[in-house]
Structure formats: structure tokens, C-alpha cells
Design a protein around this ligand. Structure first.
Ligand SMILES: Cc1ncc(COP(=O)(O)O)c(C=O)c1O
Length: 434
């Protein structure tokens, strides 16, 4: 490598070190288990329902592998469409209550495909300010004017849309935001979009498998199947596999098949991933209690840690700096608890956080113990929580404490929770997972 490039790479590395933003990709799991650890717990992955190791899901992956081989071997429009892709798309459509689905090789590619194919000449894109990086990248790649509106603020969206009269506008949001953990006010956003004939694209990456008995927030709010609401999702979080999808009308599907470059110019999803995701989608559709379990466990984490419960599986604890967040993560790792770390540039508001993921398959005692360790270590690195997720004076924070100042099991089990303004709580009681 020439000196120019070597010194540029060195400079970039030094800058990251200075800012405390260096990232690593350590091997933290051996097979399904954490290395050498009895009682070590994974509160970091996106396997919200534990389906990546579910017998039915793994068996379906094996079956697809045996039947179709290791690769789709071509893009979908050449010879890469296999029966397992059809099965997957049917299972996803059934789960989300949508007329049709189109599978992509990742959730990232699904968002790229949806936004680029739905915009085009004469269109504009408006993104929620906290939308995932893949939606921002998709807007950039769409080569149309795009802007952001204030996070979860239908009134601001209304103002932005009013200045774009006569244009085709695509609005993109997430149903549940992974960093702040709040749910989008989808009913209000749809209403605003309808007033302006805008199309709403909702990324259910953190909603599917968790909200609305697992069928996602769009379904829970009665918006599934609406012609002006398009859903995207990843298969790599609650569904425990890999891949992504765009769901909506059959007309939308054929438009994407013909125009979405991240679908057309990409090898079809690997058969094993498609088989696994198909089985996982069926499990989620048939077992709504799984979504309840992950949300119950999220409640436990939030209560023990004294934070407001986020709408999805990911609970975040604000930390005073990226360095404090990293130090707390490493400390927790040393104590056998894996948590994630949100920090700039991945956080839209610049606040670093510990990312603690609830899973449906964790025994309550293990979860409580791990959550207590998280609360204690977070407290050591951030004596007082700061930022948007901190709850001053909540019932959780007022709960009886154990000797370490942490809430007791009884307090956690019996705790009531601060009144929520989440759209999840607008869902009728029979379909409430909040
Ligand atoms: C909101 C959101 N959208 C899209 C993606 C991308 O999904 P995938 O990992 O399948 O590419 C993610 C993954 O982190 C996400 O959080």
C-alpha cells in the first residue's frame, strides 16, 4: 500500500481513538453459547424471541439446505427464485396481514429497494430524523431531494408536506425505534400523509415479532393492507434468520420486481436463511405469547434499571460519554453479561447508551440477576442517568431496594409502570402487548 493510503488510514484510526469511537468485532459466542461461561447471558443480540436456535427454525434451515443447496446461485430474476422464496413470502404476508411480500437479501437491501423504487423523477423523500441509517442511505441513493422532519412529530411532518404540494412524497419512518425505543405515532402519521397524498413506508425491523402479538405495529393499529402504507422488515432480528422484505399490494410487489435495483442486481436470499425465516414467521404467527414474553422481560429490565420501558425489546440506558458506555460494556462482559453499546455516530441525538436487549427465552431469575448486574455497573460508570430515557421519580425508581440499592424481585414483579403515551397503548385491549 502506498504511503498516502497507509497514513490516511492511520490518521482515521487516531481520530477514532481520540473520540472514543473505535469499533471491534470480537468473537463472543462459540456456537450458541458464550465462551466458557456458566451463567453468562446474552442481552446484546437481536434474537429477541430466541428463534435463531429454535428446533423448528433450525430444522427448516437444514431442510432447505438439503433440498436447494447452499446458495440461490443467481439473482431472483435469472434462476435465483426457488420454491422456498415463495413459501417465505407467503409466510411473511400471512404474519403481517399484507396482500403480498417480496424477499430481499437483507433488511438494508429491502429499505434501499423500497425507497429507490418508490421515489424516482418528480418525487421527494421525507425521513423521520431518527430513521435507521439504511433509510438515510436509501434516500441518498434515490437521487431525489430529501429532508428530515422532527422525530415522531406529525405536526412537523404536516408542515413539511404542506410546502411540497403537487409532488409525490414518500415518507419513511420506523415503527419502533431501536435507539430511543419509542414507537411511532403511526395512526397520526398516516392521517397526515393521507391529507397530502403521501406514501408512508414503515420499517418494522423492531416491531415484527414484538409489537401487536408479533405481527407488528402496522397490523396492531389496523393499517395492514392499506394501499398507502408500505412495510419493510428485516428477517435478522425477531425472526432469527437473515434477509429482508417489503410488504404491500401485489401492484407494489410487481413494481419492485421490475424496478428495485437491490432486488434485481442481487443474488437471491440463501435457501437456508429463507427456510429458517419461513418457519420463524409461522412460529410467531401461531404463538403470540412469545411477543408477550419478550415485552414482559423488557419490563423487568426497565424496572430493575430504573428507566422508562421502551416500546420494543431494546432498552437503552443513557451514559455520560462514549468512553463510559464502552467501559461499562467491557466491565459487564467481564462479569458474564453481554450488552450492546450505542454511541456516535450511530445515535441520532449524540447520547451514548448501553443497549440491553430483552429476549423471550430467558428464565426470569437469570434475567433478573443479569439486569441487576447491568444496573449496578451502569450506575458505577454513570452515577446519575442522563438523557431522554431517564425517568425521574418513576414508580420503578421508587421500588423497594435490595442491599445494593437495586429493586428487589418482589418489587419488580409487583411494580406498576409510569403512564405511557406510546401508540402501543392505543391498541385495543385484546390486541395489546404493552
Ligand atoms: C431499523 C432497521 N432497519 C433496517 C435494518 C437492517 O436490517 P439487516 O440487518 O437485515 O440488513 C436494521 C438493522 O440493524 C434496523 O435496525
Amino acid at each position: 500500500m502506498s504511503d498516502v493510503w497507509a497514513s490516511w488510514l492511520r490518521e482515521r484510526a487516531e481520530l477514532r481513538a481520540e473520540r472514543g469511537t473505535e469499533r471491534f468485532d470480537p468473537v463472543l459466542r462459540l456456537g450458541g453459547h458464550l465462551p466458557g461461561a456458566h451463567g453468562a447471558l446474552d442481552l446484546a443480540s437481536n434474537d429477541y424471541l430466541g428463534l435463531s436456535r429454535d428446533d423448528r427454525v433450525v430444522a427448516a434451515a437444514h431442510e432447505a439446505l438439503d433440498r436447494y443447496g447452499a446458495s440461490a446461485t443467481a439473482s431472483r430474476l435469472v434462476t435465483g427464485t426457488l420454491p422456498v422464496h415463495r413459501d417465505l413470502e407467503a409466510a411473511l404476508a400471512r404474519l403481517a396481514g399484507q396482500p403480498s411480500a417480496l424477499a430481499f437479501s437483507t433488511g438494508y437491501a429491502a429499505n434501499l429497494g423500497a425507497l429507490t423504487a418508490l421515489s424516482g423523477r418528480g418525487a421527494e423523500i421525507l425521513l423521520d430524523a431518527h430513521a435507521h441509517a439504511s433509510l438515510h442511505d436509501a434516500a441518498r441513493m434515490s437521487r431525489v431531494p430529501y429532508a428530515t422532519f422532527a422525530h415522531n412529530d406529525p405536526a412537523d411532518l404536516d408542515r413539511e408536506l404542506a410546502t411540497r404540494t403537487g409532488r409525490r412524497v414518500v415518507v419513511a419512518v420506523e415503527s419502533i425505534y431501536s435507539v430511543l425505543g419509542d414507537a411511532a405515532p403511526l395512526t397520526d402519521l398516516v392521517e397526515v400523509c393521507r391529507r397530502h397524498d403521501a406514501l408512508l413506508v414503515v420499517d418494522e425491523a423492531h416491531g415484527i415479532g414484538v409489537a401487536g402479538k408479533g405481527r407488528g405495529l402496522v397490523h396492531a393499529l389496523g393499517l395492514a393492507g392499506a394501499a398507502d402504507v408500505v412495510v419493510t422488515m428485516t428477517l435478522s432480528k425477531a425472526l432469527g434468520s437473515q434477509g429482508g422484505a417489503v410488504l404491500g399490494s401485489t401492484a407494489l410487489r410487481s413494481h419492485l420486481v421490475n424496478t428495485a435495483r437491490s432486488f434485481i442486481f442481487d443474488t437471491g436470499l440463501a435457501p437456508a436463511a429463507a427456510g429458517a425465516a419461513t418457519a420463524a414467521a409461522d412460529v410467531v404467527a401461531d404463538e403470540p405469547l412469545l411477543a408477550d414474553a419478550v415485552r414482559d422481560n423488557a419490563r423487568v429490565i426497565a424496572t430493575v434499571c430504573g428507566i422508562e420501558r421502551a416500546a420494543g425489546a431494546v432498552q437503552s440506558l443513557p451514559m455520560p460519554s462514549p468512553e463510559a458506555a464502552v467501559a461499562a460494556c467491557l466491565n459487564l462482559r467481564a462479569q458474564g453479561v453481554l450488552v450492546g453499546c450505542f454511541r456516535p455516530p450511530s445515535v441520532p441525538d449524540g447520547v451514548s447508551r448501553l443497549r440491553v436487549t430483552a429476549r423471550a427465552d430467558l428464565p426470569r431469575e437469570d434475567l433478573l440477576e443479569a439486569a441487576r448486574v447491568v444496573a449496578r455497573v451502569a450506575g458505577e460508570h454513570a452515577p446519575r442517568p442522563t438523557g431522554t430515557a431517564a425517568v425521574e421519580g418513576s414508580r420503578a425508581a421508587d421500588a423497594p431496594s435490595d442491599v445494593r440499592g437495586l429493586p428487589t424481585v418482589a418489587a419488580v414483579e409487583g411494580a406498576t409502570h409510569p403512564a405511557s403515551t406510546s401508540p402501543l397503548d392505543q391498541i385495543p385491549p385484546h390486541d395489546t402487548d404493552g
